[in-house]
Write a protein that binds this ligand. Structure first.
Ligand SMILES: [Zn+2]
Length: 460
């Protein structure tokens, strides 16, 4: 088998690995690039012919792992997109949303170009129509089953515990003797809310693994939960609302779990009103609740039918309903995207409330440099939102413990469970994180390692 690292090599986004084995070509993930130079990368031509790809394995539904699927299909891919049922369902929701964002962005860029005197029309990376055209190619599989493909290739998914449906993928292929390669996908934390803990097989010849937090340790979960309780209780006492910029898939559902649990445990007032102001989050939450078989025991109890319904979750659809939320001035929690306040409905809420000292803004995710979220977290006294200057008077909390990724210690524990000293390819981490993690693997486990660069290939 030949493996080529086409994305997420010495960086975090654009996951895409190309495999050729038994005369067939496959991809593992086909993700979008985000951040620096991403527009060019997402529009750049593929380094393979989509028509010749037999299948794409998807490890989970986050857009940096699936986001270029509609382009792949538009450019002639006619194979199968092989993944778990929950990933297939979440991918439909997310790809349609991503396509809508591409269309809006292209419209905006075209308008901007015209205003500057240029006659060019910017085409979206892909359209909603392209996304919908990809749906029939999805092939839904179960965790724990071994499936035969062609030419001696077999594969299996096990729960990676990162978001609903996320999988660690094992692929067996013919060699002398036969070999196996495992792809970690993104690895969840042990004790993550809702989901089972990550698990995988005990042996593999090769492992391709993520290293997002390869150089960092997370703060304890209990401290983060105490901080969340404090933020909500004191804000309500002051007569304000709590605003939480939140990623729609994964983080929003995790927060709903914690709020349900905290009310049940008597740590937050009952009933608690939560407004989920994001159509994407609502769709994703529906997919979560349609797969209770994937929940861990705690989640089955917390979201179960038994006991009083003490959390009232309200979903807002139309933009007018979102605007009406501004009339509610106290005693509610509003979850809205985007997670870094760069787009989405959260910006309207911040514009209307960030100047109110009785309110709070709670950040529960990573805020990249240059984003509105980062400016607020870094203590800006005033910010510009949708063209208006807004004073930052609300209380700002940054709670770090809610990451859906394993940290350095947990990544090492995950890898250590392979008993036969596999050869490890470290991907999906900024260069410093990947290299630090490599050092740890060499020192603590003594496994052979590589940190591939983009475009590099290996015969295995
Ligand atoms: Zn992910």
């Amino acid at each position: 088998m030949k493996i080529s690292f086409l994305g997420a090599a010495r960086k975090v986004t654009g996951s895409c690995f190309h495999l050729s084995a038994g005369g067939l070509q496959f991809l593992v993930d086909c993700g979008m690039h985000q951040g620096h130079d991403s527009d060019n990368l997402n529009r750049g031509s593929f380094r393979f012919n989509p028509k010749e790809i037999e299948g794409v394995f998807l490890t989970h539904a986050h857009i940096d792992h699936t986001g270029l699927i509609p382009r792949l299909v538009r450019e002639g891919f006619r194979g199968r997109i092989i993944t778990t049922a929950a990933t297939a369902e979440l991918s439909r929701v997310m790809l349609a949303d991503s396509a809508h964002i591409q269309e809006m962005d292209a419209q905006w860029m075209t308008k901007k170009a015209r205003r500057a005197g240029s006659g060019i029309t910017i085409e979206p990376v892909y359209t909603v129509e392209d996304a919908i055209a990809a749906f029939p190619f999805f092939d839904k599989k179960q965790y724990g089953e071994i499936y035969a493909l062609k030419n001696g290739i077999r594969y299996s998914f096990s729960d990676a515990g990162h978001i609903l449906g996320s999988g660690t993928l094992e692929i067996w292929y013919r060699n002398n003797p036969d070999k196996k390669i495992a792809f970690s996908g993104d690895i969840g934390k042990k004790g993550n809310p809702i989901l089972q803990d990550p698990r995988h097989a005990a042996e593999s010849d090769y492992v391709v693994m993520e290293s997002t937090y390869g150089n960092r340790l997370h703060k304890g979960m209990d401290d983060s939960i105490d901080e969340l309780v404090e933020a909500v209780s004191t804000t309500f006492k002051r007569g304000g609302n709590v605003y939480i910029p939140s990623f729609a898939v994964g983080r929003t559902q995790d927060l709903l779990y914690y709020f349900n649990k905290l009310v049940r445990d008597g740590r937050l007032p009952s009933p608690l009103d939560i407004y989920v102001d994001s159509p994407l989050a609502e769709e994703a939450t529906k997919v979560y609740f349609s797969h209770p078989e994937l929940f861990d025991e705690d989640a089955k109890i917390v979201f179960g039918k038994k006991g009083k319904k003490t959390v009232r979750v309200h979903y807002t659809h139309a933009p007018q309903d979102s605007m009406k939320l501004n009339r509610i001035t106290s005693g509610v929690i509003v979850l809205a995207g985007s997670g870094m306040c760069e787009g989405g409905r959260i910006r309207h809420h911040l514009k209307h409330n960030l100047w109110r000292p009785e309110c709070s803004v709670v950040f529960v995710g990573f805020q990249a440099r240059g984003t509105l979220g980062r400016a607020i977290v870094d203590g800006a006294k005033e910010v510009y939102i949708l063209g208006d200057k807004v004073a930052v008077r609300s209380r700002v909390y940054t709670i770090g413990g809610f990451s859906a990724h394993a940290d350095q210690k947990e990544l090492l524990e995950w890898l250590k469970l392979f008993k036969n000293r596999p050869e490890v390819f470290i991907v999906h981490g900024e260069e410093t994180a990947a290299l630090e993690f490599e050092k740890q693997v060499k020192e603590k486990l003594g496994f052979p390692t590589h940190v591939p660069s983009e475009g590099e290939s290996y015969d295995i």
